[in-house]
Write a protein that binds this ligand. Structure first.
Ligand SMILES: NC(=O)c1ccc[n+]([C@@H]2O[C@H](COP(=O)([O-])OP(=O)(O)OC[C@H]3O[C@@H](n4cnc5c(N)ncnc54)[C@H](OP(=O)(O)O)[C@@H]3O)[C@@H](O)[C@H]2O)c1
Length: 327
């Protein structure tokens, strides 16, 4: 085992250019943790927020960016019974994924699905943990319900469309171009609206209203989401790309028995994340093994080109996931 590894660090808060190749000590797995030699890491918008100084890592996490990856288990901490050295895993990471080696709780790793390559597997955990916990656990989506997800072509959106469709929901989505909407329909969306041309409130209300909305946009979407919900509908907020502050008439929430909720994954306890992993192993991994759902891949960059990967996710032209090739 080498003592040092290549990694990408955030040299100071700023634009993509502040990402810098560096050498760091190879981390050691603590009790209950595994050490993974990564083949690929996934790139997520929260990485760009962290780089810009807008999303601090939890105090116990690595300062290196990177919330997910896939590779081979090369060492076990005390108390680990779930994995053996040599197993191929994909893992939700507390941070530190832009590196050749990373540690994480053993219970936050899942097997690389049958027939899936490491690049796709690296791009599973962050969006799948987020979508499963917010759409199915928190949002309680059921077969036959009308589900609206904004940002349909994003990493989160492409995952939510596929999983909601696979579990029998009727999926409505919004995206910023006709080409993005076409991809969303191919993934299973019944209706995909180019939000630059159509008003989602009218379309969703005319279909009976959404039973559940997953939103990352915020801003003026918040009152419009409230209007688009059916009676007893649920709104789950996972980000605020257009800002978190609006004026809202809360009487609607009372009169139509709505639920407004939301969550962020990263600060949740190890136990909470392990529970999400357990549920997904049972309910979602069979779909991945069978190829019923799979990550939509946009592009691949070498680890040393992480700045270009961040520029790609921030310019908004991508569809699906961006991967960093670590080895
Ligand atoms: N709460 C959590 O635990 C959690 C976990 C992971 C990610 N997230 C959040 O979920 C969102 C999606 O993450 P991701 O990694 O899938 O990112 P991503 O692929 O970059 O997705 C962002 C999407 O939002 C759309 N969008 C709509 N309005 C926008 C605006 N005003 N500014 C920028 N983009 C806008 C973009 O495309 P179009 O505008 O062209 O449609 C794009 O598809 C991010 O905001 C991320 O921070 C939250």
């Amino acid at each position: 085992m080498p003592e040092v590894m290549r990694a990408v660090e955030i040299s100071q808060p700023g634009g993509p250019e502040v990402l810098r190749l560096c050498e760091r000590p190879v981390p050691q797995p603590a009790y209950g943790e595994i050490l993974v030699r990564l083949d690929y890491a996934g790139v997520n918008r929260p990485d760009a927020l962290q780089r810009a100084g807008l999303y601090a890592p939890p105090p116990t996490a690595s300062d290196l960016p990177g919330l997910e990856g896939a590779g081979v288990v090369v060492a076990l901490g005390d108390g680990v019974t779930e994995w053996a050295v040599g197993d191929s895993v994909c893992a939700l990471l507390p941070g530190g994924g832009y590196a050749e080696y990373v540690t994480c709780p053993a219970k936050h790793a899942l097997p690389v699905p049958a027939g899936m390559d490491m690049k796709q597997a690296a791009c599973l955990p962050e969006t799948y943990f987020t979508v499963w916990s917010n759409v199915f656990m928190r949002g309680r989506l059921k077969a036959g319900e009308r589900f609206l997800v904004h940002g349909g072509s994003s990493g989160i959106g492409t995952t939510a469309i596929q999983l909601a469709s696979a579990f029998g929901a009727r999926v409505f989505t919004t995206a910023g171009s006709d080409a993005k909407c076409e991809v969303c329909r191919e993934l299973g969306a019944e209706v995909a609206l180019n939000y630059r041309e159509a008003d989602f409130v009218e379309v969703v209300r005319s279909a009976g209203g959404a039973n559940l909305i997953l939103d990352m946009v915020g801003g003026d979407y918040i009152p419009r989401n409230i209007k688009a919900l059916a009676d007893e509908g649920r709104l789950v907020q996972i980000a605020f790309l257009q800002g978190p502050k609006v004026e809202l008439n809360f009487a609607q929430i009372m009169m139509r028995r709505l639920t407004v909720t939301g969550s962020t994954l990263r600060p949740q306890s190890d136990l909470a994340k392990a529970r999400i992993a357990d549920q997904m192993r049972e309910k979602v991994w069979p779909l991945l093994d069978a190829g019923t759902v799979a990550p939509v891949m946009d592009s691949e960059f070498a680890l040393e080109d992480a700045a270009a990967a961040h520029a790609r996710i921030e310019d908004g032209g991508h569809i699906g996931k961006i991967a960093l090739r670590v080895r």
